[in-house]
Design a protein around this ligand. Sequence first.
Ligand code: FAD
Length: 409
Amino acid sequence: SRHVVVVGASLAGTRTVQNLRSLGFAGTITLIGAEDELPYDRPPLSKDLLRSDWSTDAVEANRLLSRDELEALDLDLRLGVAATALDTDARRVSLADGTAVAYDVLVIATGAAARPSPWRPASGVLQLRTLAESRAIAERLALGEPVVVVGGGFIGTEIAAAAVDFGCEVTVVDPVAEPMTRIVGPHIASSLVDLHEQRGATTRFGVGVTDIRGEAGALTVVLSDGSELAASTAVVGIGSIPSTEWLAGSGLTLENGVGTDAYLRARGASDVYAIGDVARWPHPERGMDVRAEHWTNASDQARYVAAAITHSASAPFESSEYVWSDQYDWKIHTVGFRTPDGESIVVGDLDADGRVAVIHADGDGNACGAVTVNWIRALNQIRRLLASGGTAQSIADQLQAPAAVVAAP
Ligand code: FAD
């Protein structure tokens, strides 16, 4: 029987092996992960877990699967050892401990790493991608001392919200005027800036960071307008880069991730798939290659590839395109996508109703995505309506019609 090797033991890798077994795959599965940790979930690292008491229970509740579930999967599990090279002719993965593993089918699920901070003072500058880093940030926030967050994307602003809850004086800096615009669109992005300000964070948007000096407890963050911020801790969240160094020289197509075809098969090798944050695949509706960095995408791709391995894939992968973020008491959800040339229709009013939905149209007026705040029912309705097609206006009309909500199953 075939030997499946999965490299990367986080969401995409773990869900692949779970799906393989639940689909009846009985061959050998080797799961290789660089981190010396049982697989865990990342979104809570900037949300609930960051704010938690970090008890053993809290940490264990955040595992992607229990020890018993892991045991039952009957894996050849190699944690704490990174893959260092891939030979697609010999169908072999080399590991950092000097051993090598041969495969019949390889799944690349090595995700992404935080884009390294260009500023490296002695201490006090932290980044967030791993469990250990979340814990280290929580320890600094618990001091209640001033924090500068560099980067106003989802992760940066979630950390800022947590820091405010810890009682820290918080400043968020980003060279972009309304940093979340690309994901949530201008309407919600500007409301988010207001939200952070109202809750007590200071936003310095439209100015960059040029330097960070000093050490933990006594940092100076220098901004591009010449001003300086004193901080005890700086957290730098300036994006991520796909983890593909180990694939150098493998012959795979490496360009902002591992390039695949529409079936998530890596270009340049046979029987090799790439999924999750590391994969870049042709997106049918957008007409271009995309690399998603979202939980649901990684999980969807794991399920798709496990089915392709066990039963062979007949249809190209389709992403459910669903992302969320929690900031203070706001639950933000996005589905689909937005195009820079399309219009958006706003339904509801955050100030008056405490909830809002914004439906995005593409250049032709057809609905292609939406963002909601604190309005799960609209979100679910929009997801169904998006699947059946139509204009953004028609979706907005149906959202406003109470009968449509009642009629929903
Ligand atoms: P990763 O989770 O990056 O895992 C890749 C794994 O591969 C890592 O464990 C890594 O150590 C390992 N690895 C790397 N190189 C090697 C190697 N050479 N050999 C062996 N192993 C290797 N998404 C949302 O949709 N909503 C959210 O609210 C949200 N919040 C987030 C908050 C934080 C703080 C972070 C960091 C991410 C968040 N995400 C969120 C994104 C989501 O967590 C990712 O999309 C998801 O983790 C991707 O899973 P993955 O398995 O593809 O990659």
